[in-house]
Design a protein around this ligand. Structure first.
Ligand code: SF4
Ligand code: SF4
Length: 270
């Protein structure tokens, strides 16, 4: 690993990611449901686990109390994911040594200590560092951060469309400008609020699940007499499902307006 390599999991005090611990793999992965789940786990863990021998008891109570119905059976939903801080800004591993006076309890986990401590997801390799640093700079919300950070197409396609039009890569410092930050946040918030989002609960971005398998979704543009949209990777990342050509056009218009606004503000501040 090069010395410039930046681990994205716990970037600062304002947010963190828990996606690879199964955070978004519950059938109900809404913010309110996850918040409730993580809150009660954290409380239980703090009350019950006073030494390593108590972990087993915590796990059996958690597994007995919660609904662990998954979107995708292959991804484990770890019972040790909780909140790391009193303000509930950071999700993370309750077994981590920093949570347990230096004692690493991850030996008790489903994956084992070595995998838990060493896992680095593909976003670290496929999202350019300037782009991941922009996400860290503008998003201060664990729920949204993990959803966006692990959606490589969502991030890369947006920043590439802008970079192609302004003729240079975006730098994180640019987002000291509040207007540019707000425009980018409008886009990333669509991961939660997108009006053309499929109502199906077995969708997560471009993936859909039938329990034991995952498949990549697609949009049938020909059905609506439309060409493949340049924005197709973004639409899939936003779990889009369109009913007619007018909806596709409205979706395109939303994204292009966002990009146009970004470029307008960018140019007017140069
Ligand atoms: S999904 Fe990636 S960024 Fe998120 S916690 Fe796992 S390794 Fe870290
Ligand atoms: S034990 Fe491993 S999988 Fe579970 S929360 Fe900790 S790091 Fe994630």
């Amino acid at each position: 690993m090069s010395e410039n390599f930046i681990v994205l999991c716990q970037p600062d005090a304002g947010k963190s990611c828990g996606a690879c611990c199964g955070l978004y793999n519950y059938v109900d992965s809404s913010r309110s449901s996850l918040e409730q789940r993580l809150r009660s786990r954290t409380k239980r863990f703090r009350e019950m686990v006073k030494n390593p021998a108590d972990v087993e008891c915590y796990a059996s109570q958690t597994l007995a109390t919660e609904d662990f119905a998954k979107r995708y059976e292959v991804i484990y939903c770890c019972e040790y994911l909780g909140f790391l801080d009193g303000q509930e800004k950071k999700v993370g591993c309750l077994l981590h040594p920093q949570q347990n006076s230096g004692i690493d309890l991850r030996t008790c986990s489903f994956y084992g200590q070595e995998i838990c401590a060493g896992h680095i997801c593909p976003s670290h390799h496929f999202i350019p560092q300037n782009q991941s640093q922009i996400l860290i700079k503008i998003i201060d919300d664990w729920y949204l951060y993990g959803l966006c950070l692990t959606d490589i197409d969502l991030v890369k396609t947006y920043f590439r469309l802008i970079a192609d039009r302004i003729g240079e890569e975006l730098k994180p410092e640019l987002f000291n400008n509040e207007s540019l930050k707000n425009i980018a946040m409008e886009y990333f918030n669509w991961k939660i609020t997108w009006p053309f989002r499929s109502p199906e609960t077995n969708r997560l971005g471009k993936y859909y699940f039938d329990g034991s398998q995952y498949m990549i979704s697609y949009i049938d543009y020909a059905k609506f007499d439309k060409e493949l949209s340049v924005l197709d990777p973004i639409f899939l990342s936003l779990s889009s499902s369109f009913q007619n050509a007018a909806e596709i056009e409205a979706a395109e218009s939303l994204v292009w307006s966002n990009i146009d606004s970004f470029i307008y503000v960018y140019r007017s501040h140069r």
